[in-house]
Write a protein that binds this ligand. Sequence first.
Ligand SMILES: Cc1cc2nc3c(=O)[nH]c(=O)nc-3n(C[C@H](O)[C@H](O)[C@H](O)COP(=O)(O)O)c2cc1C
Length: 376
Amino acid sequence: MDPVPLFNPCEMGRFTFSHRIVLAPLTRARSYGNLPQSHAILYYSQRATKGGLLISEATGVSSDAPCTNTPGIWTKEQVEAWKPVVDAVHAKGGIFFCQIWHVGRASDLEQEPISSTDKPVEKNEDMDFPVPRRLAVEEIPDVINHFRIAARNAIDAGFDGVEVHGAHGFLLEQFMKDGVNDRADEYGGSLQNRCRFALEVIDAVSTEVGPDRVGFRISPYISYYGCHDSDPDALGVYMARELDRRGVLYCSAVEPEMVAATTVVDGETTTTTMSRRMMIPHRLHGMREAFRRGMFMVGGGYDRDAGNMAVASGYADMVVFGRLFLANPDLPRRFQLDAPLNKYDRATFYTHDPVVGYTDYPFLDDDREAMSDHTG
Ligand SMILES: Cc1cc2nc3c(=O)[nH]c(=O)nc-3n(C[C@H](O)[C@H](O)[C@H](O)COP(=O)(O)O)c2cc1C
């Protein structure tokens, strides 16, 4: 069999990774009362491999930070509840980072949310969002402190590090992107000012747990919850450069939404029936160039071939897989064998059942056992 670039081992700082297939942070809405539940032990350990990196689902840094049924890490009880989950991943040799977040105005809680602005997320057919309160400059250090304590708590729970969630329209992005941030103080206006809050969080968290235990997730091209930026290339490169300067372990960047493949015939761009396949835009070269010291991770639409190409070409050091890993607990093994994949069931992504759509996706060997049972 040809060598599989995704299986080139790699060392970075204190970690030795045996492959480059990363479990994406995936909110699963099964942490009742913001408390990690015992069913998460099986879910994460199913996806753990020796020397493989797993990122937890987004985990709240304070009582106003998470969504309903997503986990938190601001109380002692939550830290204790995470411990057996982390232990189970470690028992299989996995490396486990906790993604820490604050939703800001993209909140489903009763209380008035905080944001960079007092403009709410535009109402859509699924959700009506509350009107946020614009954070005063004097309040920002408190929020930064919540991230710092959450990082400390994550390490106390046994996590190997933390990923600061700076993507997908949540609080830090509500500051970073000019489509939302309408402030006139030192946290608004210029690119440097808009990124100040996120970088202050990175600095506080790095000081607390060490930059070699810190990653940052960023999605300059994605406009979730109305979070749009007029110059995502500049935003991405600026943040990548600042993260590189700080020596954090990794920068995890999300590709723009996938696009339909096009063909150019006689100068005319067409989307042909033949090329209806969705393509990854591969817009992250500038960030990759700016982030060289640590690991550059990419995600968003990747499969085995695209992941291998990204690693082989040096476009990325690691590849983050979301929906494929959600539906294939043994994704690394399936990629190694080039085996068929389970299909994901979108309907159970965010349902609250402790088993269905969560820990009941079959392993490759289950299929084989089922087949041999069948064939006698
Ligand atoms: C069910 C679900 C939950 C997600 N939750 C998070 C999350 O908690 N944090 C985050 O940064 N991204 C989250 N994402 C985005 C994924 O991490 C990933 O970027 C996205 O699924 C695209 O990658 P893929 O094409 O490999 O699935 C979520 C995606 C899905 C499908």
